[in-house]
Design a protein around this ligand. Sequence first.
Ligand SMILES: Cc1cc2nc3c(=O)[nH]c(=O)nc-3n(C[C@H](O)[C@H](O)[C@H](O)COP(=O)(O)OP(=O)(O)OC[C@H]3O[C@@H](n4cnc5c(N)ncnc54)[C@H](O)[C@@H]3O)c2cc1C
Length: 417
Amino acid sequence: MAADRADYLVIGGSAAGMAAAQVIRRQAPSSRVTVLSEEPDMPYFRPMIPYVVTGRKKPEEIGLQGNGPYTAGGIDVRTGSHVDSVDVSRKSVAVKGGGRLSYGRLLLATGSRPYIPPEIQGTDAQGVFALRKLSDAREMARRAGDTNSAVMLGGGLLNLKATFALLERGVKVTLVVQSPEVLSQLMEPGDAGLIRDALDKAGLKIVTGRSAKGIISGKNGVAGVSLDDGSEMACGMVCIGKGVRPNIDFLPGSGITIDKGIVVDKNTACSTPDIFAAGDVAVTFDPVTGKRIMTGLWTNAVEMGRCAGYNMAGKKTAYAGTFGIMNATQVADMPFVSMGIVHTKGSDHEVHVRASGSTYRKVVFSPDGERLVGALFVGDITGAGMYRYVIRGNMNIGRIKPRILDGTLHYGHFLKG
Ligand SMILES: Cc1cc2nc3c(=O)[nH]c(=O)nc-3n(C[C@H](O)[C@H](O)[C@H](O)COP(=O)(O)OP(=O)(O)OC[C@H]3O[C@@H](n4cnc5c(N)ncnc54)[C@H](O)[C@@H]3O)c2cc1C
């Protein structure tokens, strides 16, 4: 790439990067906005890649450009452009394969990548996946056509999504979870009963309290998995879902402050002038606890990316922070939402649970009972947005507490002050 210059340069063309680029495009119509993305594909909706595995969607059907809010033209998106380093004194970045691009303002929106535990031997075998990119989805779809069994390592939400994609393809799936229960980051084992029942009914075999030691390879790649209890499971493919790590490898020596991810202030600015960060790679703050936090959610990345876009274009905008956990989704047709503090075992939080055969609603208050700090709803997620509003606002709930408890909370309660 020849040396050139962008007024606004974005590294990472996904939720945060494209949301920022759209805002900048509108705020500064005559500026040069360039997005560098290492992926070969044009930006797409990452949460939809499981549908590429199932075959329900074609890659071209999940593209970002021209969809929903992603309509602003005049954004120069360069795919296959991996940034190797950032030189903050020269205000430029080095792109793999040669070339340097200078910037007026820079956004780091490089997201995260799957964590592959080094203690699992043989993860480089053909047929071992970690579903993160569209290219992974294509490869998984191909492999799923050639095998009838898979072992999934990790019981988090993303691996469950991959699991259901394979089940839909008719692949027999076994999920191996180290924790005592699935979705352990989003709920405590005692809260997961309804979801566990739904997973069992969907035909998923779940092995808890076990971890993988190694991948067993044959002439066609993966042939099985060996577990820490000495047992072995035969399978034709493996998917690893053991969490993610921020993409910051290109930043050492740049002087930008890192604390696991890229540390930003309330206006999404980094420690170095004219550089901002947003999305999975950024370390922001939790409005409930006030602590530094990183999250892995599309919605948060978009919101933060937009905020960064405004700040970069000169319209100072504070980011409202993000929850420890905020996830509204469904597994095995069972909707659930988990937000704020939901792990309460051994803590002095005030916890209330209402459960029926098909619903489970847990609300968590601060130890003095005056603030709502978390909620977990399974089966019935009615009003979740309002609970989110109350948690995020860190408000003293006073007389609306009974409404929070009986589920009759509505926006009118706030209009009345
Ligand atoms: C299968 C799956 C399902 C999901 N489902 C949901 C869901 O239902 N709801 C939800 O809220 N979230 C979901 N997520 C999470 C969501 O996709 C992420 O939180 C979101 O994509 C983060 O956006 P981002 O812009 O911060 O980073 P990313 O989407 O990770 O994008 C960062 C981009 O930067 C590129 N990059 C990295 N380093 C460099 C470099 N040095 N040079 C150039 N480019 C670089 C990466 O390749 C990538 O293209 C899901 C994720 C996956 C994988």
